[in-house]
Design a protein around this ligand. Structure first.
Ligand code: ASP
Length: 601
C-alpha cells in the first residue's frame, strides 16, 4: 500500500493516528537543522517535520530532499505547536512526525519554479507535465472533467446517445483548411481529419438515431490566432423531428447542468433572444457583450433633413447615422482617440467624429453644423450628460454597426467596464459573476466573399433558409435570405451555434448551386449525402458548442490553452514532443510522398 490518506484529509481528530502519505516534495525548509516538508498530492498539502533529536538518521535523509522528489512517509499525526497552526491550509492544525521515509524517485533541478505563474509559455509547454502540477491548471482539468461528465449525464437523461464518428474522414471544400492524411493503401488519395462531424451527424439522423451527441475532437488547419487551436473539442448535438425551440430548451438545460456541476452556479433561463439584425442594430455585433450598456442609437430621424452633409449624405444614400454614448469618457486622451480612429478606419469608416461634453460645453468641430433642434434630439436620444463622450458613424448599415460595435468593445476595455467573469476556486464560485447568455437568431443564409467573388454559406451549406424567406431564395435574392440558424453567446463570446438542416434533395442541390458548386462537384464531394437524403431523411437540426471555450469561461481563464492538457503553441507546435517532426524516409516512400527540395521541412 502506498498511502493510507491523501494530503488533504488529516485533521485534529486524527492526532495520534499512524498514517502513510505519498506525494511530491512541494517545499522544504531548514529551520536550524529541523526540516519542514510540505508534502503535496492532487488533493492538497500536509506538513511533515523531521527533528534530528527525534530521529537523526531520518533527518539526515530528509536533508537531501529537493522540490518535486517523490516520497512516501509513514509516521504519527501530531498537533502543531501552539501559534504555528496555518489557518489557510485544511491540514493546518496538524503535522506528521515521521518514522519512515522512502524516496520513491528523485527529481532533477526544475526548469521553472512551480509556485509562481511562469511568464515563458514555451518553457511551460516544453515541460507541460510540470506545468499541470500547478494547482490552477490541475483545478482546470478537474472542472473540465466535471463539465464533460455533466454534459453526458444531462444529454443521456434526455434520451441522447453518444456515437463516435470517424477521425479519418473526407475532405470537402467548405469551411477552413483540412488536415490531410495520405492513404498508403490507396496511393495518391487522402483522408481529411474532420473539421466537425457535421455530415456524419446528419447521416446518423437518416440512420434513425434521432437523438445524437458526441464530445468530439475537431481539426482545422488555420493560422492560429490568440484563442484558436488546430485541434479542439465540441459538444456536438443533432436531433430529428426537432424545432429550434426544442434545441434551445435542450441546450439551455444542458448549460444549466454544466454550470451547476462544474462551478455551482445557477444560470438564468430561458435565455434572451435577439435576431442577428437586432444584435447588430443595438450592439454592433452578432455576439453582443451586454454586461455593459453603451447601446447603438439610431439617428436617422434626427438627421434626415439635416444641413450636416456627412450625416445627410449617408442617409440619402440609403445608409444610417448612429452613435454611442461612452458615459464619463470625456477625459479621453489623444492616444485613445487616435487608436479609436484607427479602429473605425480599419472597419470601413472614413474617419471618426466624436463630441466631448466638458464644463457644460459640447466640444467637437462638428457641433457647429448641428441645429438647436438636432442638439436637443441628440441630448435626449443619447441621454447626454456632463462628462460623456459621444461617437458617431454615418455609413452603410453594416459598416456603421460594425464600426460602432468595435468602438464599443474597445472603449469598454479602456474604461474597464467588462467586470470580467471572476475565476472560480476549487470548483466553487468565488463571487457572483454576471453570466449573460443570449440566443442570436435569424442569421443571413449567405455572405458575399469579395476574394472568391461568390456567395458562401454563413453557417454551412446544409443550413436551411427560413420558411418565410423561401420565395427570396427561389428568386435568388441571396443577401436578403435569412437562415434557420442560431448562436449562443455568453458574455460577448460565441460559445455555440447550429441550425435546422436541409433534408430535401432538390433544395440541397439548389443550395450547392447557389454556392457555385457544379453538379459534377456535388456528386464527387457530397454524393453520399445527397443519396442519403433521397432514402428517407427526417427533418432534423442541431448545434455544436466550443467545449474548450466554455470551460475557459467557467474557469475564468483568458486562453483555451489553460484548459487543455497538451495544447499546441501559436505556431501549432507541440513543444514537449517536438511535433510536427521529420519522419523516416521509408515512411514517406510507403506513402509515395516526395518532398520538394526547395521547401523547408
Ligand atoms: N457543425 C457546426 C459547426 O461546427 C455546428 C452545427 O451546425 O451543428 O459549426
Amino acid at each position: 500500500m502506498f498511502r493510507t490518506h491523501d494530503c488533504n484529509s488529516l485533521r485534529k481528530s486524527d492526532i495520534g493516528r499512524r498514517v502513510t502519505l505519498a506525494g511530491w516534495v512541494n517545499v522544504t525548509r531548514d529551520h536550524g537543522g529541523v526540516i519542514f516538508i510540505d508534502l503535496r498530492d492532487r488533493q492538497g498539502l500536509t506538513q511533515v517535520v523531521f527533528r534530528p533529536e527525534e530521529n537523526a538518521e531520518l533527518a539526515k535523509q530528509a536533508h537531501t530532499l529537493r522540490g518535486e522528489d517523490v516520497i512516501q512517509v509513514s509516521g504519527t499525526v501530531a498537533a502543531r505547536l501552539p501559534g504555528t497552526e496555518n489557518p489557510n491550509l485544511a491540514t493546518g492544525d496538524i503535522e506528521i512526525i515521521p518514522s519512515e521515509l522512502r524516496i520513491l524517485n528523485r527529481a532533477d533541478p526544475l526548469p521553472f519554479p512551480l509556485d509562481a505563474d511562469p511568464q515563458n509559455e514555451d518553457l511551460r509547454m516544453t515541460h507541460r507535465y510540470l506545468d499541470l502540477r500547478r494547482p490552477r491548471l490541475a483545478r482546470n482539468l478537474r472542472i473540465r472533467h466535471l463539465a464533460a461528465k455533466s454534459t453526458r449525464d444531462y444529454l443521456d437523461s434526455q434520451g441522447f446517445v453518444e456515437v463516435e464518428t470517424p477521425i479519418l474522414s473526407k475532405s470537402t471544400p467548405e469551411g477552413a483548411r483540412d488536415f490531410l492524411v495520405p492513404s498508403r493503401i490507396v496511393p495518391g488519395k487522402f483522408y481529411a481529419l474532420p473539421q466537425a462531424p457535421q455530415q456524419y451527424k446528419q447521416l446518423l439522423m437518416v440512420a434513425g438515431v434521432e437523438k445524437y451527441f458526441q464530445i468530439a475532437k475537431c481539426f482545422r488547419d488555420e493560422d492560429l490566432r490568440a484563442d484558436r487551436q488546430p485541434e479542439f473539442t465540441q459538444i456536438d448535438i443533432e436531433a430529428s423531428f426537432a424545432t429550434p425551440d426544442d434545441i434551445f430548451a435542450l441546450t439551455e438545460g444542458m448549460l444549466a447542468a454544466i454550470f451547476k456541476t462544474a462551478c455551482d452556479i445557477d444560470i438564468k433561463m430561458p435565455f434572451d433572444r435577439l435576431t442577428y439584425r437586432e444584435a447588430l442594430d443595438r450592439y454592433g455585433s452578432d455576439k453582443p457583450d451586454r454586461r455593459f450598456e453603451m447601446k447603438l442609437v439610431d439617428l436617422g430621424e434626427t438627421f434626415r433633413e439635416s444641413g450636416f452633409k456627412v450625416f445627410r449624405g449617408a442617409l440619402d444614400a440609403g445608409g444610417v447615422a448612429k452613435a454611442i454614448n461612452a458615459k464619463g469618457f470625456a477625459g479621453i486622451t489623444i492616444g485613445q482617440a487616435d487608436e479609436l480612429t484607427e479602429i473605425a478606419k480599419l472597419h470601413g469608416a472614413k474617419g471618426l467624429a466624436f463630441i466631448k461634453i466638458e464644463n457644460g460645453e459640447w466640444k467637437s468641430p462638428i457641433v457647429k453644423f448641428f441645429s438647436d433642434a438636432e442638439k436637443t434630439a441628440l441630448q435626449s436620444k443619447l441621454n447626454i450628460e456632463e462628462g460623456d463622450c459621444v461617437f458617431f458613424a454615418a455609413d452603410k448599415w453594416s459598416v456603421a454597426c460594425e464600426v460602432l460595435g468595435r468602438l464599443r468593445l474597445r472603449i469598454a476595455e479602456m474604461q474597464d467596464l467588462h467586470g470580467r467573469a471572476r475565476p472560480v476556486r476549487a470548483g466553487l464560485a468565488s463571487g457572483a459573476p454576471d453570466w449573460d447568455f443570449l440566443w442570436v437568431t435569424e442569421f443571413p443564409l449567405f455572405e458575399w466573399s469579395p476574394d472568391e467573388n461568390k456567395w458562401n454559406a454563413m453557417h454551412h451549406p446544409f443550413t436551411r433558409p427560413k420558411a418565410e424567406d423561401m420565395p427570396l431564395f427561389e428568386a435568388k435574392k441571396f443577401p436578403e435570405v435569412r437562415a434557420e440558424a442560431y448562436d449562443v453567446v455568453l458574455n460577448g463570446v460565441e460559445i455555440g451555434g447550429g441550425s435546422m438542416r436541409i433534408y430535401e434533395p432538390p433544395l440541397q442541390e439548389k443550395m450547392f448551386e447557389a454556392l457555385g458548386i457544379t453538379s459534377e462537384a456535388q456528386q464527387a464531394q457530397f454524393g453520399h449525402l445527397l443519396r442519403a437524403l433521397r432514402l428517407g431523411a427526417p427533418p432534423h437540426g442541431g448545434i455544436a458548442f466550443g467545449f474548450d471555450r466554455l470551460v475557459m469561461l467557467i474557469c475564468g481563464e483568458q486562453s483555451i490553452r489553460d484548459v487543455m492538457a497538451f495544447p499546441k503553441n501559436n505556431r501549432a507546435m507541440d513543444l514537449m514532443s517536438q511535433s510536427p517532426s521529420e519522419v523516416d524516409p521509408k515512411q514517406l516512400r510507403d506513402l509515395g510522398i516526395h518532398l520538394s527540395k526547395d521547401k523547408k521541412l
